[in-house]
Design a binder for this molecule. Structure first.
Ligand SMILES: Cc1ncc(C[n+]2csc(CCOP(=O)(O)OP(=O)(O)O)c2C)c(N)n1
Ligand SMILES: [Mg+2]
Length: 612
């Protein structure tokens, strides 16, 4: 079959499916893209020729920024438990390098996305092309090489003949739960438009079976031996629990053995918040219950977690514990010198656990009572006369029953992790692997595309909003309804507090004009975020107190169009952090408060346990 490389690619992508537990779905649901001279004649022409509407083989979506379209794609894939993903096509040069942050976000969060940046002419016949990086050391380096370290598979298609093998490798990595992440096929602009003869079988319907690896019997025996020797076990549930669809198996396993379950950011919602074994968020942003238990646990059972510094309180949290790590990726299972149980989370939870073995009843009882006390603390944080951030989150939590909440960066992820009551596993969508400002609105769009039947609540700080608000226009274009809560606190509340804690005096963390002193300490800026949102095509409501905010939420939920609620919050946070986070403090300084902060830092660091 004679087709251009791009036509062959598009035809191939439309024929790829995944299967797990007997259900099939499209592997590549559609293609986001922004066109330029590096892809318009290739992928652009190929999409147009095959038809790119919603009912055509590969629907096309126009985003406003390449980074944002990766956020949308990644949020979609996360909501679909990594069984279905999107492709993203860009021009060469800046369109391509705009992908880098999105690619890193995808790979770090272990979420699939197929990136198709254009690349400079393979023939090099045209000489230095617009936007080409010229590397005096080598002519085969292009800006796309920036994508190599942030991709789980990277290839450059310099000849059409290279395409089939690259496509097969790309699909395998995308659909492999242990390896998935950003996959990049760099496509030189001439090769995209170049014709070749392709075998028919390349375009046959192909099903990628998503594996559920079962635990190796010997590893299972070792894991069971560890459990038998444990009296105070604690489960740390990560995103892997959700992706493997183990959200019914986890509570069953916990009940069977009387084990308390704590959750990471990606794992939050894996357990119903009011389940008797649930102790809520773990780590620096954890609940007092989970943190207290973590300090005393003799065995930590990590299920589908990467153990980031937020989870381990920078390795200060799990004082005496040994680790048993259930993970589909050996890389993660091996962390903290843990006993490795390399397996799909659902398969492992079904196989694991010696008959009749239970945690010390005193331990299980203590977990339940600590958890009840924490629920009271959380309820107090949600109650209040003024529109503090926790009060605002409490109102959103109430309105969002059955819906989804989306967030990524700033001071909200911590409050959300500690306080939010998730009523179903897909409800809590906080991107905290890359914690990327600007993910929120674009990500919310991806969530809504994946679960159009659910109300999607995007929580976005004013800092994040100013970084990447433009996908509101994309939501309006697609007729996709989002409820966007824009939390305006005049700058970077999170980094402001952190700055103060490390002796950096809140430098550059408030949005203020340059004042007479020459510093950024003048008047608050006249920036009107409500007007900005309206200009992008959203309906806008404003609220400054709890009653007005509750009413705005009701209106936004009843609306059919994307609605932004511009809410001004007053300072006042939720409960304090119960566990540490390692952010270094200057070792020498002329300021007394920095020297004091350094002394506290050095004292805290002494608890850091050097896991192997
Ligand atoms: C792209 C990006 N740049 C910088 C940071 C570092 N950072 C984390 S939170 C934050 C401030 C966020 O401000 P805002 O969205 O207003 O949230 P607030 O802290 O006020 O809750 C910054 C700069 C980041 N996470 N992502
Ligand atoms: Mg802010």
């Amino acid at each position: 079959m004679r087709l251009t490389t791009a036509q062959a690619l598009v035809r191939f992508l439309a024929a790829q499916w995944t299967e797990r537990d007997g259900t099939e779905q499209r592997l590549i649901e559609g293609c986001f893209g922004i066109f330029g001279h590096g892809n318009v004649a290739g992928i652009g022409q190929a999409l147009a020729e095959q038809g790119a509407g919603l009912h055509d083989p590969l629907p096309y979506y126009l985003a406003r920024n390449e980074q944002a379209m990766v956020h949308t794609a990644v949020a979609y894939a996360r909501t679909r438990d990594r069984l279905s993903a999107f492709a993203c096509t860009t021009s060469i040069g800046p369109g391509a390098t705009n992908l880098v942050t999105g690619a890193a976000l995808a790979t770090i969060n272990r979420l699939p996305v197929l990136l198709l940046p254009g690349d400079v002419f393979a023939t090099r016949a045209a000489g230095t092309v617009l936007q080409e990086l010229e590397d005096p050391r080598s002519h085969d380096v292009t800006v796309n090489d920036c994508l190599r370290p942030v991709s789980r598979f990277f290839d450059r298609i310099d000849r059409p003949e290279q395409l089939p093998a690259a496509l097969m490798a790309a699909m395998r990595v995308l659909s492999d739960p242990a390896e998935t992440g950003a996959v990049t096929l760099a496509l030189p602009q001439d090769v995209q438009a170049e014709a070749a003869d392709w075998p028919e079988e390349l375009f046959a319907r192909r099903v990628w079976h998503v594996a559920r690896p079962v635990p190796e019997p010997a590893a299972l025996e070792r894991a069971n031996a560890l459990l038998r020797g444990s009296r105070r076990p604690l489960i740390v549930a990560g995103g892997g629990v959700k992706y493997s669809g183990a959200c019914a198996d986890l509570p069953a396993f916990a009940e069977r053995h009387g084990i308390p379950v704590a959750e990471t950011q990606a794992g939050k919602g894996a357990m119903p918040y009011d389940h008797p074994c649930a102790v809520g968020a773990i780590g620096h942003t954890g609940t007092a219950a989970a943190v207290a238990l973590a300090r005393e646990a003799d065995l930590v059972i990590g299920v589908g977690t990467r153990y980031t510094d937020f989870t381990t309180a920078s390795r200060t949290l799990f004082g005496r514990a040994r680790f048993l790590n259930v993970n589909v990726a050996a890389f993660d299972a091996a962390k903290h010198a843990g006993e490795m149980l390399v397996a799909d989370a659902r398969q492992a939870l079904r196989a694991l656990g010696p008959d009749g073995w239970r945690a010390d009843p005193e331990w299980s009882g203590r977990a339940a009572s600590l958890s009840r006390s924490w629920q009271e603390v959380a309820a107090r944080a949600y109650a209040g006369e003024e529109l503090t951030q926790p009060v605002l989150l409490g109102l959103v939590n109430e309105a969002a029953r059955g819906g989804v909440v989306v967030n990524a960066a700033g001071s909200m992820p911590g409050d959300l992790h500690r306080l939010w009551r998730a009523d179903h596993p897909a409800q809590y969508h906080v991107e905290y692997g890359y914690s990327c400002m600007g993910y929120e609105i674009a990500g919310g769009l991806g969530v809504k595309l994946a679960v159009p039947e659910r109300e999607v609540f995007v929580l976005v700080g004013d800092g994040s909003y100013l970084m990447m608000a433009q996908e509101l226009a994309t939501a309006v274009q697609e007729g996709v309804k989002l409820v966007v809560v824009l939390v305006d606190n005049g700058g970077f509340a999170s980094i402001g507090a952190l700055s103060e804690a490390v002796g950096a005096a809140r430098l550059g963390t408030a949005y203020r004009a340059r004042g007479g002193s020459g510093h950024l300490d003048g008047d608050p800026l006249p920036t009107d975020l409500a007007l900005n949102a309206a200009s992008l095509g959203a309906d806008v409501l404003t609220a400054g107190d709890p009653d007005a905010f509750r009413q705005a939420l009701e209106k936004a939920v009843a609306a059919t169009r994307t609605t932004v609620i511009h809410a001004r919050t007053v300072p006042g946070g939720g409960p304090e952090a119960q566990a540490w986070w390692d952010v270094p403090v200057a070792e020498v300084s002329g300021r007394a408060e920095v020297r004091q902060a350094r002394a506290r830092y050095e004292a805290a660091r002494r608890d850091q346990r050097p896991y192997l």
